[in-house]
Design a protein around this ligand. Structure first.
Ligand SMILES: NC(=O)c1ccc[n+]([C@@H]2O[C@H](COP(=O)([O-])OP(=O)(O)OC[C@H]3O[C@@H](n4cnc5c(N)ncnc54)[C@H](O)[C@@H]3O)[C@@H](O)[C@H]2O)c1
Ligand SMILES: O=C(O)C(=O)C[C@@H](O)[C@H](O)[C@H](O)COP(=O)(O)O
Ligand SMILES: [Zn+2]
Length: 365
């Protein structure tokens, strides 16, 4: 599946909050056309980071030239931006710019900009429209879709936020040409996740084409991975927007992965890297509890071991368990933990114990 100049459209079917994910190479050069129906002369804000703006300022200039009243707002280039302090800073800058309830926020960046931007949009004057324009592969396959918006607390990831859907997700894979390799690897974590929990063909692609995926040098392969990922995320979110059931599967690898990120004060591992470590633990637990066969566990391990990961800091099991206890999937005293019973099939278990988690840490020591 290749997009070429053709636009590929994936609907996210959410009734009055429905929107489309549009994917097309070069789409960033046609933003004015895509956004024109919403342009009524109001103030627009582009939330982004300096490293992105340094390269892609012409995208904003082209919107200005097309008659958009548009203002960039820059936040820090790392996870520290997902903090209520920066939300407040952005709200205040928007007031100064004269943004009102008709203003529209464009989140131009990766998951950090998208999560913070969505949260600001959800809350500014009780909610203004926003559009996701993802520039990392992680954001294209996962974070830009589905409306999870959030900031972090010292006690845990994404503990404050809202489910607030964008008006559109506009994906231009050409943005990936400037993405640093470490972020490509981290991003692929969320794509291989779909292979583990839902579609074994994605897992098999990682088995056979790992180096090409990391190199991003095969347009057809990249198009296929983006299209399949968007379709899975759109289907899961459409069926369970508020995460009462199958959306929990998207948290595979996250329960322990988020604890690693938190204990590194969001300054060590990238999100995808932490999730990759978390997947290793989740697969150990799946096998240890008799759900995942030895053969599947070993196939999974072979793929996960190919990802280059920075070393994990030494962390005490009891500290990890304390962070896990604040996880949003800890409901009514029960942890909803995502396990696998086969490659391509995730399920929610409420039987995973503190001892299971502690035992799994041997996998990543
Ligand atoms: N809302 C969700 O459903 C969801 C899903 C997955 C992850 N997330 C969140 O996403 C965040 C991680 O996002 P990420 O991996 O996209 O990282 P990121 O947003 O931190 O971006 C990575 C770095 O790359 C830079 N960058 C982005 N695009 C670039 C480009 N095209 N060229 C050059 N540099 C570029 C950014 O400025 C940043 O420094 C985490 O906070 C995670 O919790 C949210
Ligand atoms: O969209 C979802 O649902 C996900 O869980 C996607 C995850 O990749 C993402 O990291 C999400 O932010 C984690 O959700 P949380 O509810 O555990 O904060
Ligand atoms: Zn994630």
């Amino acid at each position: 599946m290749q997009f070429d100049s053709q636009l590929h459209r994936v609907p996210v079917d959410l009734g009055e909050h429905a929107y489309d994910i549009e994917v097309g190479y070069g789409l960033r050069n046609q933003l004015a056309e895509h956004l024109a129906p919403w342009n009524k002369g109001q103030q627009w804000v582009v939330l982004t980071q300096q490293a992105i703006f340094d390269i892609y300022a012409p995208v904003v200039d082209s919107l200005r030239a097309a008659g958009f009243n548009i203002h960039p707002i820059i936040v820090p280039g790392d996870e520290s931006a997902k903090n209520i302090r920066y939300a407040e800073q952005v709200w205040s800058e928007m007031v100064e710019l004269g943004c009102d309830r008709s203003s529209i926020l464009l989140a131009l960046g990766g998951g950090v900009v998208g999560d913070l931007g969505g949260f600001v949009a959800a809350t500014y004057m009780r909610g203004i429209p926003f559009v996701q324009i993802p520039t990392t592969l992680l954001a294209m396959v996962d974070s830009a879709i589905g409306g999870k918006t959030a900031v972090n607390l010292a006690a845990g990831k994404n503990l404050v936020g809202a489910i607030y859907q964008p008006k559109a997700v506009l994906i231009d894979p050409d943005f990936l040409a400037t993405l640093p390799r470490r972020n490509v690897i981290s991003s692929l974590a969320e794509a291989v996740k779909y292979g583990f929990i839902r579609d074994v063909s994605i897992f098999e692609t990682f088995e056979t084409r790992f180096d090409d995926l990391v190199a991003l040098n095969d347009e057809a392969l990249l198009s296929e991975i983006i299209a399949k990922s968007c379709a899975i995320k759109a289907a899961i979110v459409s069926a369970d927007q508020f995460e009462n059931g199958e959306r929990r599967l998207l948290n595979y690898g996250h329960t322990i992965g988020h604890a690693f990120e938190t204990l590194e004060a969001y300054q060590g591992l990238y999100h995808g890297e932490a999730v990759l470590y978390g997947m290793k633990c989740a697969n150990f637990i799946s096998h240890h509890k008799g759900l995942l066969s030895k053969a599947d566990y070993l196939r999974a391990k072979a793929v996960l071991d190919r990802f280059e990961l920075p070393p994990l800091s030494k962390m005490a099991a009891e500290d990890i368990l304390k962070v896990v206890a604040h996880d949003k999937k800890y409901i009514n005293g029960k942890l909803n933990f995502i396990v696998l019973d086969a490659l391509g099939n995730g399920l929610v278990s409420t039987d995973v114990t503190a001892d299971d988690i502690t035992a799994s840490l041997g996998e990543v020591a």
